[in-house]
Ligand binder design. Structure first.
Ligand code: NBG
Length: 840
């Protein structure tokens, strides 16, 4: 054969090119099946007949990732080619609780069916492959999951965004239950590799720690500061694509991993301390080693501040790099970037952006401050005093000496301005100061975030009001125009379409599928079917199937056999005294006592299901888990009651398990002390899936109740205002106990050792806290809760009416889609617009 002519060669190349593209980007079942084999061969190095299920999962994951990377490239291309200024969102968050990627990506790309067909072509089953995925648990609970829902909605709404955070090697611990107690196991989520990310070894930034500063004058005679750090750590970018639902936009989740800098290794090598250099490497890497569980007392503080500064510094340096690469000037930074601080965890961003602008890029202080304020927005997620971050001054100054100086300077100017406006109010100045000087001195991170942001928001209407009245009252008085409310939302893609495919199909059969992208407008169109007997039947059948599936899962994970026909009464969320899982337990024991007294004629059978992790150092929360399990053991083994009452603690509540739980619930427990739960988001997931809520007037419960109709919601308990008043008037839990025989019987039964094999000491700390302090006012709300549960039981017996209420709950909670929340952030806080991208 002669030499290949260039023409022939081009022909071959372009044919190959075509196949190649099809394999990487094709959305049909054939292309996907081919890609599976291809990826199995070239990324897993396996022949189909030797491949394990995990190999097939990996091959599918890479296949899906290819398609997302292709879209990501188009998104970036559209942004860089746009001839108008494109402003992007940087969502700064120490947590992103994404949950498993595979199912969600298939839905958003619109290739579920094609993938299912492709997978069967190669002799596998999609459900099994979905099960293979180990979820990245890079968050504690609501706050981290919210960040993930917001990333989904940003992409769905074609808003360019980067989620910036930390690539923890160990995420939130896995929970096991042994002898009724929580046991923590390390979360080795990277064990088999992570096919969803790509490492950007060239996108790295140095982050400095410790040392001291030097003040000098530059050639132009300007006052300058140089930071001489003691230590430098390198952040490396790991990118995970975030595809929008059925739109071309694909954004990025960019998480930073800490590594030792090369220069450091090199120096140590030069002085002959090879092992010392390796030690340094290990110390550097600890920064992104592990996620801190929240609600922990003191411990480990320094590393946590180091984590926060580490990811914030990498992120801001990256934003500045992108800005400059696009040929823009720093004075316009805020026109191209909106940085949202997800709670105070990233609030060091205010000082770091100032440092980067002033020290590194020679921007004048006033201009830098204007840019910083216009760029940053701050979302507060809690009013609990113990969760408001403050750093002891000595620790802060030692780790971040330059930032402490900057904070002092911000504070000096801030207080000076205040003094002009309020010359005689030293107390006001003390209250507003970024430094708490009452006793031991602290840096107040919420104050830093508030001063350095142009917008401050709470996460539900009540929470935003209380924020203005309590923790940020003085800031509100100072600048009321900075304050907003953006009620939280959750993405219907994961929390309805993926979690509850049967309900989705039923809804779509009636109103088409536009609800998935426009929940607020479209979902209400199922309301006219709420009283339609055929639709009610179908609705009930879906719920029954979901309950059967959960029944199987509970059996598998706990060994307990529950009755799928009983009322599924579910409380899943982090364990915390303010969330009052133990109030639920008090009711369960009340019901048990009633049943033992023979009051079970016409009783509504119930399965009470709990799930949630307690912070490893939170003793009372762990004791509540033990109590739930101990009560469960007694009740579930009592033949007299266990036919109509079961209590289950589902171990290891996480995103994946949440997806099994929400669709199977009849009753959603949202029973926090009014004024304590900033918003809640599980409440929204339950309601969307047709659960009715029993709840207090707290967080977003209030707005959910208004949306679904007061008659379709089980309300009990004191309001936030009433609770505050009862406290102020001298709340005495013991007198409530004395006056209520049914409550007394419950408490006394626990106290007698009945649930603890005669051990009267075990639950004493819990009972003592309830009887002597009862900070979260369980006893005050007890009777109201018990009465309300009675109404629930009665209502459940009328299945037709219950089903109607269930449908109305789903139909009317469309506004709790995170698409609505993101739309509000874009409009009110970020001033960001969607982009147009040509493409698939
Ligand atoms: C939590 C609140 C929840 C709220 C989520 C998301 C923190 C600090 N706050 O009520 O407790 O739903 O944030 O906003 O985790």
């Amino acid at each position: 054969m002669g030499p290949i002519s260039s023409k022939q060669y081009d022909g071959v190349a372009s044919k190959n090119q075509h196949d190649h593209e099809e394999i990487r980007t094709g959305l049909g079942a054939d292309a996907i099946a081919e890609a599976l084999i291809d990826n199995l061969r070239f990324l897993q190095a396996k022949l189909p007949r030797h491949a394990t299920r995990n190999d097939w999962y990996m091959a599918l994951a890479y296949t899906v990732r290819d398609r997302m990377l292709d879209r990501y490239i188009n998104t970036v291309d559209a942004i860089t080619r746009a001839n108008t200024a494109v402003k992007g969102v940087a969502y700064l968050s120490a947590e992103f609780l994404t949950g498993p990627h595979l199912g969600n990506s298939l839905i958003n790309l619109g290739i579920w069916q094609a993938a299912q067909d492709a997978v069967s072509k190669v002799g596998q089953n999609l459900v099994d492959l979905l099960e293979q995925e180990e979820e990245p648990g890079l968050g504690n609970g609501g706050l981290g999951r919210l960040a993930a829902c917001y990333m989904d909605s940003l992409a769905a709404l074609n808003v360019p965004a980067i989620g910036y955070g930390i690539r923890y090697e160990f995420g939130i611990f896995d929970q096991a239950i042994r002898d009724g107690w929580q046991v923590e196991l390390t979360d080795k989520w990277l064990r088999f590799g992570n096919p969803w990310e790509i490492v950007r070894s060239e996108v790295t930034f140095n982050v400095q720690f410790g040392g001291r500063t030097e003040h000098y004058c530059d050639e132009q005679g300007r006052y300058r500061v140089r930071w001489l750090p003691e230590k430098v750590v390198k952040g490396v970018a790991y990118d995970t694509p975030v595809p929008g639902y059925r739109v071309p936009t694909t954004n990025l989740l960019r998480l930073w991993k800490a590594e030792a800098t090369e220069s450091f290794d090199f120096e140590a090598f030069n002085i002959g301390d090879y092992y010392g250099a390796v030690d340094e490497k290990i110390i550097s890497e600890t920064i992104s080693k592990v996620l801190y569980p929240n609600d922990e007392p003191e411990a480990g503080k320094r590393l946590r501040l180091a984590q926060q500064y580490f990811f914030v510094s990498c992120s801001l340096q990256d934003m500045i790099r992108l800005h400059l690469t696009r040929g823009k000037q720093l004075k316009e930074f805020h026109l191209y970037w909106a940085a949202q601080l997800n709670d105070t965890h990233p609030s060091i961003a205010v000082a770091e952006l100032m440092r980067l602008l002033v020290d590194e890029h020679s921007v004048g202080w006033d201009q830098a401050w204007a840019i910083t304020q216009r760029t940053c927005g701050y979302t507060n997620h809690t009013l609990l005093a113990e969760a408001l971050e403050k750093w002891p001054l000595p620790l802060f100054g030692k780790l971040l000496p330059r930032h402490l100086e900057i904070i002092y300077e911000i504070n000096r100017r801030f207080l000076e301005e205040l003094r002009v406006r309020h010359p005689d109010d030293d107390d006001l100045l003390r209250r507003l100061s970024l430094i708490d000087e009452a006793g031991e001195k602290y840096v107040r991170m919420a104050h830093l975030a508030s001063a350095g942001s142009h917008a401050i928001n709470g996460v539900a209407a009540l929470h935003s009001e209380l924020l203005k009245q309590t923790v940020l009252r003085d800031f509100y008085a100072l600048a009321p125009e900075k304050f907003f409310n953006v009620t939280n939302g959750v993405t219907p893609r994961r929390w309805i379409v993926l979690s509850n495919p049967k309900l989705s199909a039923l809804i779509t059969s009636k109103i088409g599928d536009r609800w998935i992208a426009d929940l607020e407008e479209e979902l209400q169109r199922i309301e006219p079917f709420a009283a339609d007997p055929a639709f009610q039947n179908d609705w009930q059948a879906v719920k029954a199937e979901n309950k059967r599936a959960l029944t199987g899962f509970i059996k598998e994970r706990t060994g307990v056999v529950v009755d799928p026909e009983s009322l599924f009464d579910i409380q899943v969320k982090r364990l915390h005294e303010y969330k009052r899982q133990h109030l639920n337990v008090l009711y369960v024991i009340t019901l048990y006592n009633q049943l033992k007294r023979g009051l079970n004629a016409g009783v509504t059978p119930r399965t009470v299901i709990f799930g949630g992790k307690a912070a490893p150092g939170y003793r009372i929360a762990k004791l509540i888990i033990k109590l739930i399990n101990s009560v469960g053991t007694v009740i579930n083994q009592d033949p007299q009651v266990s036919k109509v009452l079961k209590v289950v603690f589902m171990p290891d509540f996480n995103v994946k398990n949440g997806q099994r739980v929400y669709p199977a619930a009849d009753l959603s427990e949202q029973i926090s002390t009014a004024g304590k739960e900033a918003s809640g988001t599980g409440n929204m997931k339950f309601a969307m899936n047709g659960a009715l809520t029993i709840g207090t007037l707290d967080g977003a419960n209030i707005e959910i109740r208004d949306a679904v109709g007061h008659e379709n919601f089980f309300l009990f308990g004191l309001t936030a205002e009433e609770a505050a008043k009862v406290k102020a008037d001298g709340y005495n839990p013991r007198s409530v106990y004395d006056a209520n025989p049914e409550l007394r019987e419950v408490i006394d039964l626990i106290d007698s050792g009945f649930f603890s094999k005669g051990d009267r000491e075990l639950f004493r700390p819990l009972l003592e806290s309830l009887l002597n302090r009862d900070d979260y006012m369980l006893l005050a709300d007890y009777q109201s809760y018990v009465d309300c549960q009675q109404r629930v039981s009665e209502a459940y017996r009328d299945q037709e009416n219950w089903t109607r209420m269930s449908i109305l709950n789903s139909a009317r909670v469309g506004r709790f889609s995170s698409d609505r929340s993101i739309h509000e952030y874009c409009r009110d806080i970020w001033n960001v617009k969607p982009i147009a991208i040509e493409g698939r």
